[in-house]
Design a binder for this molecule. Structure first.
Ligand code: AMP
Length: 437
């Protein structure tokens, strides 16, 4: 990667504003998964050990904007209120405002500051706002090696709107901007990119997490050791049009599973019953299959599928399933997982690979009865010596749940960001950083 990293600059005594991804899952104020905090630790520790003044910032969830906005309604809520009869509007508005006030408790980063203090073995000061009096005071009091965490950046309306005044104010807190939030590197918000894009900071570098994510994934995409197998699953073809196209060009074998497989199967002329099909993408699927042939690539589709009568409700409900070869899917049945022959076919392709990347489950893996295909693919990745890269999201969750996490070469911390890398897109959170000379 040709971007400057924190190792390339002198951080001693410098105020470093570090955009991290502390968007951790929480239940009743308790952090239920600490992976993202752990992912940011190497950069934070390095900065502390090298005498930087560390100012951390991150978003968390999708709260109301409660600092610059006051407690006002979102656009969507305003619309919903306006749609109500006049005599109900006041009550509805009051309910929404109550919810906004609760957001402050629900989405505060305070528990993260406490957890981080524990992990670092040193006090992390928590600022009650992002750029208000509490943040001003905390930043002004920093000594070398001290750490402050600002409140949830999405409490500021300007975060997602790339507000210049917000960027300027944040830039006034620092000498160096560090981006280490791979999970939001595909977003162009104030703290993820705009602050550097606007030129408000002289020095903009990446942290160790971004450096690692990029070196592993960009390397695999640009210079893969072959055979290179890409596995794509998940619900819809339409969500992954560019990913399919880009990976087809880069890999040797493209494996398709999950809901998206049925549009391909229909494009091939199979009857797929009531399975998820996007008729608007049939032409696209035909084009991709023709392209695979033209480029001499192998495109693998299911040869058998696991079906049910209806989509399970609740999603983990006990259900009866049957397996059919794809020539025989009954008109009344819905394909919700790859079948055992397909799982074997896919596992064999993985066995022969030297590089494998995977994004998206092979079926409705939230239901244990429909998770067999996803589990089989996860197992095949765990058992190979190939470089194995999991592109975050559901596949990362499946791998972790099965206890295979430490068997993978790399599990990305950013599902959305890694998908955009797989699409061949440039990520704004990385583009905005200084180039190496
Ligand atoms: P995505 O966010 O596109 O990666 O899709 C993940 C979702 O796809 C999961 O919630 C799965 O339950 C769902 N999914 C996987 N296979 C199927 C299928 N055959 N039919 C419907 N949904 C599916």
């Amino acid at each position: 990667m040709n971007k400057l990293s924190i190792k390339d600059v002198d951080v001693k005594g410098k105020r470093c504003l570090v955009r991290v991804d502390f968007n951790v899952p929480m239940k009743d104020g308790v952090i239920t998964d600490e992976n993202r905090i752990n992912g940011a630790l190497p950069t934070i520790k390095y900065l502390v050990d090298n005498g930087a003044k560390v100012i951390l910032c991150s978003h968390m969830g999708k709260p109301h904007n409660i600092f610059t906005e006051g407690f006002s309604l979102t656009k969507k809520e305003k619309k919903a209120v306006e749609a109500l009869p006049e005599n109900e509007r006041e009550q509805a508005t009051a309910e929404y405002l109550k919810k906004a006030l609760k957001d402050k408790e629900k989405f505060t980063l305070r528990p993260v500051a406490e957890k981080l203090s524990e992990k670092l073995g040193k006090k992390v000061t928590f600022a009650e706002d992002v750029v208000g009096p509490s943040a001003d005071k905390a930043v002004a009091s920093l000594n070398d090696g001290d750490v402050v965490l600002l409140e949830n950046t999405r409490f500021e309306k300007g975060e997602e709107k790339r507000d210049e005044a917000l960027c300027k104010k944040l830039a006034s807190y620092c000498d160096i901007y560090v981006n280490d939030a791979f999970g939001t590197a595909h977003r162009s918000h104030a703290t993820t990119a705009a602050i550097a894009e606007y030129g408000f900071v002289d020095t903009a570098v990446c942290g160790f997490l971004i450096e690692k994510e990029l070196s592993v994934m960009a390397d695999a995409l640009e210079n893969p050791v072959r055979p290179f197998v890409a596995i794509l699953g998940g619900a819809k073809v339409a969500d992954k049009l560019k990913v399919i196209e880009n990976l087809l060009v880069k890999c040797d074998t493209l494996i398709i599973g999950g809901g998206m497989a049925y549009t391909f199967l229909k494009a091939k002329g199979y009857e797929v019953g009531t399975s998820l099909v996007d008729d608007e993408q049939i032409e696209y699927c035909k084009n991709m299959m023709a392209k695979a042939e033209e480029l001499g690539k192998t495109l693998l589709l299911p040869v058998d599928v696991t079906v049910t009568k209806d989509f399970p409700n609740p999603i983990d409900a006990k259900i009866d399933v049957k397996v059919y070869d794809i020539e025989n899917i009954p008109a009344t049945e819905m394909g919700l997982d790859i079948g055992p022959k397909t799982a074997e076919l896919y596992a064999n392709a993985v066995k022969n690979a030297k590089t494998v990347i995977w994004n998206g489950p092979m079926g409705v893996f939230e239901n244990p009865i429909l998770a067999k295909g996803t589990n089989a693919v996860a197992k095949s990745l765990a058992e190979t010596d190939a470089t194995t890269i999991i592109g975050g999201g559901d596949s990362a969750a499946a791998v972790a749940q099965l206890g295979y996490a430490d068997k993978m070469t790399h599990i990305s911390t950013g599902g959305g960001a890694s998908l955009e890398l797989f699409e061949g897109k440039k990520l704004p959170g990385i583009e905005c950083l200084n180039e190496k000379k």
